[in-house]
Design a protein around this ligand. Sequence first.
Ligand code: TRP
Length: 418
Amino acid sequence: MHAPINPWSSQQSDDIEKLFSLFGIEPISSASGILPRVPSFISRGVVVGHRDYRHIAEAIRDSKPFHVLTGFMPSGHPHLGHLMVMKEVVWHVEQGGTGYITIADREAHAVRDISWAKCDEYGREYLQCLYALGYQGHTYFQSRNKHLLDLAFEAATKVNFSELQAIYGFSDETALAHAESVITQVADILYPQVDSPPAPTIVPVGIDQDPHIRLTRGVAHKLRMFTVEEREGYISVRSKNAPPAALDEVHRRYRGSKKYEGHVDIPGGKCIDVSAEVRQIEIAHGGYGFFTPSSTYHRFMPGLQGGKMSSSVPESTITFTEPDEVVRKKVMAALTGGRATLAEQKEQGGEPDRCPLFLLNLFHMVEDDAELMEIRRRCLEGELMCGQCKKETAVRVLAFIRDFRERMEAAAHLVKVE
Ligand code: TRP
């Protein structure tokens, strides 16, 4: 399926595609066709890549259990840039997923030197935003979740410093707490499968988080007792570190199977059926039985001034506590994809696909596809000038922010710091 509106210039698009093929991330179109209903964050080209999203799309289609987890580092107030991933989580919960949100206070404290009190304050605000969007599910703060920290320790038995060096470029000077925050994120991603029964887990993130996803997928695999491999005419179940009784159990479960040193070969059969059975045996013998986590990658909304959207650059974004007048001013001062002169713009049209304000409309402010297409058309054809578009966008943004603030107020009582 091709995104009907591609908001990014081909240049950037080539870059991201190169990045994807370098790391083995697939285009979302290779899995989104399985979904009974494609959400607008996919059809509008915001979510562009994935690892193993197929398993999630199939679980949605077949009404099978799955989990959705993402995390937020409480290093500042939540802002417009955080909404996309929040919406992705809420959508997956609506499709039947069990929701998990982690507030990465350990990471904020270790990497950004944020005090614990500030972590609590910002963390609450993130959760309030999620509830304002209709989130239902589990939430926790890393530092308060003992089971998570135990899981992180277990995961740490499978990771060494040279791997951290290779993935993150850690050096001799890297603080140990930084490494700990990495392994805590690995545990975050696996946590739903420990807190609830193991199931495919979708982790919606920005591309910058992919190193954590890769590391976690490796750890999930290493923590399994068995691998199940399709061979010619048979399926081989190989023990990595399974207790002997668990391998015996696999042998007993399949008539006609042959047991060797460290593996059992099963003639015929389907790999996915055997995998499911073996997972149950693993769990019955005290193993985790993890499904390798899946991920999706979304593009970032550019800052209002172009460049990166970040809470450390106040003009680049809008938080949910700013007064109306500030919100309006920020929109009116935004960079747009206009031409040098009015005459030129009437003649050549604007460049919506590289315009921060158009993208703000595309990401969050205009829900109706037809209306969005019409804005784009009017811009492209030189009918809609930037000044007018800013005014119209400011009205939408103000209405959105006011409504959102009210929802946050109404959701405040749902927030738990635990
Ligand atoms: N590292 C993420 C960030 O910088 C936050 C995070 C912590 C996270 N745990 C996670 C994201 C688990 C996704 C999944 O924002």
